[in-house]
Write a protein that binds this ligand. Structure first.
Ligand SMILES: Cc1ncc(COP(=O)(O)O)c(C=O)c1O
Length: 501
């Protein structure tokens, strides 16, 4: 028989006493805790603050923020690869549904998020904002460190924020199949997940290096129903061309993009989807920063530095653009810093010039920071950062000095990533370790300057499928890799695309 409420009242103190005796053998030294004593202790402790800051589902933003509306100089137009004349949005129609093309060129500041997309977002959004108390302690940091954690999504990163939106618009236009590339495997997983929700076929070209490093990423994509091929493959003319020249090619994002685009343009009912770089992708990610602003408000803070790892620009834009809005609109003093790998340093050592988004030259020419579309980055583990170029909007903002960039070597990145795992618990994706390396650097700077800053960074994904990377790090197999000036200039010398004055 269940005990009566009366019985419970009697039993609880008896039980507590017995427990106290068991746990505290020298009874005199130990007194039973008064009920709620630990709670009271916390509420009177002035140093206590929440470790996690949550929002409720109805606080998911209703609009994406379009930074184009606030940019002092608008990006230059894309050019036709043959005529080198500016092209209009209709040139993108074979690849993308019309709604996404409209978003790509939109000057509207706020773009409404469809209810169905917001409803799917509730599966993992709002994502938590953490105060990195453990990391602060380990670094003896005078700076407050916060991070937005996007690894709680079903596929483990920020990528589903745009995958779900993109697949939704494709479904509305009756698309049967979507092709894409993936570097780290995170984007391919996100798109596979989104396609499974809308019952659309998904074909993924996965950079061969990552395909071999992360077999379980492929199985994850298969679980959501996608077909996955290592790139370069012999399924496409683009892949064959690369394999003819270099049969052992590890692949790159630029090559995989060429393959995915080729497959999409061959078939009328197939479209292509990109996980970064393009304006509409960056736009969709801005829910990350909008949530973070509300969460920072709840914490009574506003960041001095907003830091994010940088591949093509989507998670950086997602976190930073809503903060940048405050700088552009009313001069708020916030520094947005993109953190890239030293072995693929397009923002810090590339040139601002028209270039192709892919390796073979199938995309329009875009004004961007680039190392040259033929550049094949060293086989570092942060596969999502192995991209020769950068998004057009981010490139223009960097050119205008409204954002900043810095590069970190993969060993420094993994040192920071392992410290983070030990102090905060979450094992970061290799891409995200670059942002953590930036945080460590800026904490050091605060110490040297005697300043107290507030730092916010994007922990854009977990690294639970990246154990090969961590294994190589622990076995001392990762080398400190930095490009020489000669390597960069020889890649850029091959470019015959229009220069920008
Ligand atoms: C976890 C993670 N972070 C960052 C990136 C870099 O891409 P982006 O610059 O578009 O955020 C990727 C790309 O695959 C990724 O998987």
């Amino acid at each position: 028989m269940a005990p009566s409420p009366q019985g419970q009242k009697v039993l609880v103190p008896v039980f507590a006493k017995t427990l106290t005796r068991l746990l505290c053998p020298p009874l005199r030294q130990c007194r039973p805790l008064k009920s709620n004593a630990w709670l009271e202790a916390k509420s009177v402790n002035p140093n206590h603050m929440s470790r996690k800051i949550f929002l409720s589902e109805n606080e998911i933003p209703e609009y994406w923020y379009n930074v184009m509306a606030d940019m002092p100089s608008k990006p230059l137009p894309p050019l036709h690869p043959g005529t080198k004349e500016p092209i209009g949005p209709e040139a993108l129609a074979p690849l993308f549904p019309m709604k996404l093309i409209e978003q790509e060129v939109s000057a509207e500041k706020w773009i409404s998020i469809p209810d169905e997309v917001r409803d799917i977002y509730t599966v993992w959004r709002p994502t938590p904002l953490f105060r990195a108390k453990g990391l602060e302690k380990a670094l003896d940091s005078p700076a407050k460190i916060y991070y937005k954690y996007e690894g709680v999504s079903p596929s483990g990163s920020h990528k589903p924020n745009t995958a779900v939106a993109q697949v939704y618009y494709n479904k509305q236009e009756g698309v049967r199949k979507i092709t894409t590339e993936t570097g780290a495997g995170q984007w391919g997983s996100a798109l596979s997940f989104a396609c499974s929700l809308f019952d659309i076929e998904c074909e993924v070209y996965m950079v061969k290096l990552s395909y071999n490093q992360k077999p379980y990423r492929k199985i994850m994509m298969n679980t959501w129903g996608a077909q996955v091929y290592p790139s370069p493959s012999d399924r496409t003319e683009a892949g064959k061309k690369i394999l003819d020249a270099d049969p052992g090619s590890p692949g790159s994002l630029g090559i995989a993009i060429s393959e995915a685009i080729e497959m999409a343009v061959k078939d009328e009912s197939t479209k292509y989807s990109l996980g970064s770089v393009l304006n509409h992708v960056l736009l969709h990610q801005t829910i990350v920063g909008q949530e973070a602003i509300k969460q920072m408000e709840k914490a009574g803070d506003f960041p001095d530095l907003v830091i994010a790892p940088f591949g093509g620009g989507s998670n950086f834009a997602g976190l930073s653009f809503p903060f940048l809005r405050h700088k552009l609109e009313n001069g708020k003093n916030v520094r947005c810093i993109a953190s890239e790998p030293a072995s693929c340093p397009k923002l810090t050592r590339g040139v601002f010039r028209y270039d192709f988004g892919d390796t073979v030259g199938m995309t329009p020419l875009l004004p961007m920071y680039t190392l040259g579309h033929n550049f094949v980055p060293a086989p570092i583990h942060a596969g999502g950062l192995r991209y020769h170029g950068a998004g057009v909007v981010v490139s223009q903002l960097l050119k205008d000095k409204l954002i900043e960039a810095e590069a970190h070597d993969q060993l420094a990145a993994f040192d920071a990533g392992v410290l983070f795992a030990k102090t905060e618990g979450i094992i970061p994706a290799p891409e995200a370790t670059h942002a953590i390396a930036s945080v460590v650097k800026h904490v050091d700077q605060c110490k040297r300057e005697g300043s107290k800053k507030t730092i916010l960074f994007n922990l854009c994904g977990h690294g639970n499928f990246d154990m090969k990377a961590y294994q190589d790090y622990f076995e001392g197999k990762l080398v400190r890799h930095e490009l020489t000036d000669e390597e960069i200039s020889s890649s850029l010398a091959e470019l015959n695309t229009p220069e920008i004055a």
